[in-house]
Design a protein around this ligand. Structure first.
Ligand code: SAH
Length: 468
């Protein structure tokens, strides 16, 4: 190890920054976060530094560098573009045993600034000792995605209860087991998902009840429309920490690949008309698994609250006192329209957009299945209509839209497996879309988009995977 990583308290201590440009500003901003008392030395400074001076956040000495300015500083940063000045700052600081950093000149530094992930009071610092700052920053970006933004609040909560935990658990080992459980279990997740009061009272209960209690929880997670790059950070994190994953047909293989390898996988179907498990049973399965103390990932395609029956599932969890959180996903309408090059709204064509289901309902045993929808609402002008689960009823849907007043020439598209490498798009109008879709032999899942915006695809199509 070339240098010792330490965290230095500099609040209200005099820190000197030599230089008045953008680089100096970056360093000043960092020092401000640690509440330093900052003095900038430069004959001229940029407007942002001037603004900070006006707000009395920093002091500016408008002068060339002179060694006496360093006296009494706890650290010095040289950020000028003049190599001679930077070297002089370094020499003078070293003579006085004051830590010095010279931007982009590791050889002149006695300390370097790490890349930082700030979840105060938790701070993660990454250093390449000045050899490859870009690499350190790339690593930081990776870690950023793994450490929830609210980690700091969890650390603050832990700080509040540290003494109580110490009093309750007398050995270091028991304290470690206790905190590991807190930081990886429902209490941490309550905190991360913004249920802070619940987190606090759960932590109190946990301290009171000791180490024996097993608590499970459910993560109701939207897996997006298929492309795994469209997952949220939170979805990915929960996918990688679950004990069991209850998933639908709609979740893409590529997304499933990202679920923790050791997790038990339970498939609950939901292909059209062949539900492997009825909804009611899925709801109870989630409760049962959570009560066994497991972290249950309920993974759904798209967004759980858009034609996802997520509401019903959490209702049952709530009734049974199982902690849960809901993680939104990119719904098919969003993801699929983007990848198909069809903006859902456009100043000239559509000022609103409506999502509907085209699912067929059996009317009664003698009649044919039909699509029952609010056709008046769906045929309003200057509106885009997005129809989920509409492939089977497509011909009926198009006919009804015409019958209720949409021009037969209204552009419309069907998108198969949008956002994935199997994406295919068929474009037509209300008179020929069903036929064209049949000829193209599109397979579910398919999304239907109706409205003038579909025309824009001619210009805006960008995602063109090669079909095998
Ligand atoms: N909760 C999901 C929707 C579930 S309903 C969401 O928010 O996206 C299932 C319907 O979603 C399918 O019948 C289809 O219409 C649509 N769908 C989901 N993913 C799709 C995709 N990748 N491409 C096209 N349609 C999709």
């Amino acid at each position: 190890m070339e240098s010792l990583p330490i965290f230095m308290r500099i609040a209200h201590s005099r820190c000197l920054v030599i230089g008045g440009g953008d680089v100096a500003l970056r360093k000043v901003t960092m020092l401000m976060k640690a509440e330093a008392s900052i003095e900038v030395v430069a004959p001229e400074v940029c407007s942002e530094l001037l603004a900070l001076e006006a707000e009395q956040q920093i002091k500016i000495t408008r002068a060339e560098f002179s060694p006496a300015q360093i006296d009494g500083a706890v650290l010095v940063i040289a950020a000028t573009d003049d190599e001679a000045v930077n070297t002089q700052v370094s020499v003078e600081a070293k003579v006085r045993n004051i830590p010095v950093n010279v931007v982009d000149s590791p050889a002149l530094c006695t300390f370097t600034m790490p890349a930082i992930i700030d979840r105060s009071p938790l701070v993660i610092a990454i250093s390449s000792n000045g050899s490859a700052p870009v690499l350190a920053r790339l690593i930081r970006a990776k870690i950023e995605t793994m450490v929830p933004a609210t980690y700091g609040r969890l650390a603050s909560l832990a700080r509040e209860f540290r003494d109580d935990v110490k009093a309750k658990f007398t050995t270091t080992q028991n304290r470690r087991i206790f905190w590991e459980k807190v930081f990886q279990g429902p209490i941490a997740e309550l905190m991360f998902s913004g249920q802070e009061h619940a987190a606090k009272s759960a932590l109190k209960d946990e301290i009171a009840s000791g180490l024996d209690q097993q608590h499970g929880e459910v993560y109701l997670v939207g897996g997006g429309p298929g492309d795994p790059d469209l997952l949220t950070f939170r979805a990915l994190r929960l996918m990688q920490q679950c004990d069991v994953c209850v998933y639908d047909k709609l979740v893409s293989k590529e997304v499933m690949e990202l679920v923790r390898r050791d997790a038990e996988l339970i498939y609950v179907g939901k292909a059209r008309d062949q539900h492997t498990l009825p909804q009611e049973e899925i709801n109870h399965l989630l409760v049962k698994l959570a009560k066994e103390g497991k972290r249950v990932l309920r993974l759904k395609g798209g967004d759980p609250f858009i034609f996802g029956r997520g509401g019903e599932e959490i209702e049952t969890l709530m009734e049974n006192g199982v902690p849960f959180q809901v993680v939104p996903g990119i719904t098919a309408a969003n993801g699929v329209s983007s990848y198909a090059g069809i903006p859902l709204t456009h100043r000239d064509y559509a000022q609103s957009c409506i999502f509907t289901t085209g699912h067929l309902k059996p009317k009664n045993s003698t009649q044919q299945n039909i699509v029952e929808l609010d056709w008046v609402a769906l045929t309003r002008p200057n509106q885009t209509v997005v129809i989920y689960m509409g492939l089977v009823g497509l011909d009926q849907i198009c006919a009804k839209l015409i019958e209720h007043g949409l021009p037969a020439t209204t552009p419309a598209a069907v998108v198969q497996q949008g956002t994935t490498l199997k994406q295919r798009v068929v474009v037509g109008d209300l008179t020929n879309l069903a036929e064209k879709t049949g000829l193209a032999n599109l397979k579910p899942p398919c999304l239907i988009i109706v409205g003038s915006v579909v025309k824009l695809r001619e210009k805006l199509a960008w995602f063109e995977p090669m079909q095998d």
